[in-house]
Ligand binder design. Structure first.
Ligand SMILES: [Fe+2]
Ligand SMILES: [Fe+2]
Length: 259
C-alpha cells in the first residue's frame, strides 16, 4: 500500500491547490490513501465544514487537525459525526471529536491515522506517549497501516516519538512548524519518520502569514491580525510505501506539488 500525507493546509489558496493537485497526484504516485492536516485552512486557523467537504470530494480520505482544531466552531458537528477526521488524541476526554480516524478501502484493507499534540512549547495536554500506547493497546484500530501525525514544535520531541513507536506503527510524520525537514528515513525497526512534512499554502511569508504584519507585532508589541500571505502556493507532502503483510514502511519520499 502507498499513502501520501499533506502538511498543514493554510488558507483558501492552500485548499484550492490541494483540491486541484490531489487527483493527479494520486494517479501519478499510485497512492491508495491520501491524508491531510488541515488545521490552518480557514483564514489560517481552523477548518470550515465547506472546506472539509471540498477536501473529501477531491479525494482526501482522512483529515487531521492540531492546536488550531477548534478555531472554526462550525467544525464541531463534523467532528461529532464523521469517522474520517481526527483532532489530537491527547486533548481532554470531553473535547469534541475523536483522536483517530480510519478508512476501509474498496478492496477491504483498512488504514488509520492517530493525531497527537506535542507538549514542548505547546499548550498543556496529556502525555502523547502514554496516549498513543493506550490507543494502540485498545484494539479499537482495525488491522492495517497506522500513521501517527505528531503535531509538535520541537524536533527532539518528534525524533523521540519516532523511536518510541519504531516497529509499532507504519509512520510517524510531524506537522505544525510549517517548515519541511530533510530527515525523512525508515527507522531500524520499520517505521517511516520525518520531523515535519511542511506546509501547503503560500511560502512567501512567515509560516503562511503576511511578513509585514508579523514583523510589526514583533517589533512594536501592537497586536494585529495576521492575514494569510499571498504569492506562490506549494503543497508539501510525503509519500510512504507500506508492506501489506507487516504494515511497516519500505520507503519514504518528500514531494512538492504546484498548480
Ligand atoms: Fe499549522
Ligand atoms: Fe499547529
Amino acid at each position: 500500500m502507498r499513502f501520501g500525507f499533506i502538511g498543514d493546509i493554510v488558507g483558501k489558496s492552500g485548499i484550492s491547490c490541494v483540491v486541484s493537485q490531489v487527483p493527479a497526484w494520486r494517479r501519478r504516485a499510485g497512492l491508495d490513501v491520501v491524508i491531510a492536516n488541515a488545521e490552518n485552512a480557514y483564514n489560517g486557523s481552523g477548518l470550515s465544514p465547506g472546506q472539509y467537504h471540498n477536501l473529501v470530494a477531491a479525494g482526501v480520505d482522512l483529515i487531521t487537525l492540531g492546536d488550531h482544531a477548534y478555531k472554526k466552531r462550525e467544525i464541531y458537528s463534523i467532528l461529532g459525526t464523521k469517522t474520517d477526521i481526527a483532532r489530537p488524541a491527547n486533548f481532554p476526554a470531553n473535547a469534541p471529536g475523536r483522536g483517530w480516524a480510519t478508512i476501509k478501502l474498496a478492496d477491504g484493507r483498512h488504514f488509520s491515522v492517530i493525531a497527537l499534540l506535542g507538549r514542548v512549547f505547546m499548550r498543556p495536554v496529556d502525555c502523547p506517549f502514554q496516549c498513543v500506547d493506550t490507543i494502540l493497546k485498545s484494539g479499537e484500530l482495525p488491522p492495517g497501516p497506522v500513521l501517527v501525525d505528531f503535531h509538535a514544535e520541537a524536533t527532539s520531541d518528534k525524533q523521540l516519538m519516532g523511536h518510541y513507536l519504531d516497529g509499532r506503527v507504519s509512520a510517524v510524520l510531524g506537522t505544525h512548524t510549517h517548515v519541511t525537514t530533510a530527515d525523512e528515513r525508515v527507522l531500524p525497526k520499520g517505521t517511516a519518520f520525518q520531523c515535519d512534512v511542511g506546509m501547503s499554502g503560500p511560502h512567501s511569508g512567515v509560516i503562511g502569514r503576511e511578513t509585514k504584519q508579523v514583523l510589526k507585532t514583533v517589533l512594536t508589541f501592537e497586536p494585529t491580525s495576521f492575514s494569510v500571505a499571498e504569492g506562490e502556493i506549494e503543497v508539501h507532502a510525503t509519500e510512504v510505501e507500506v508492506d501489506d503483510q507487516t504494515f511497516l514502511a519500505k520507503s519514504i519520499q518528500r514531494t512538492i506539488l504546484r498548480d
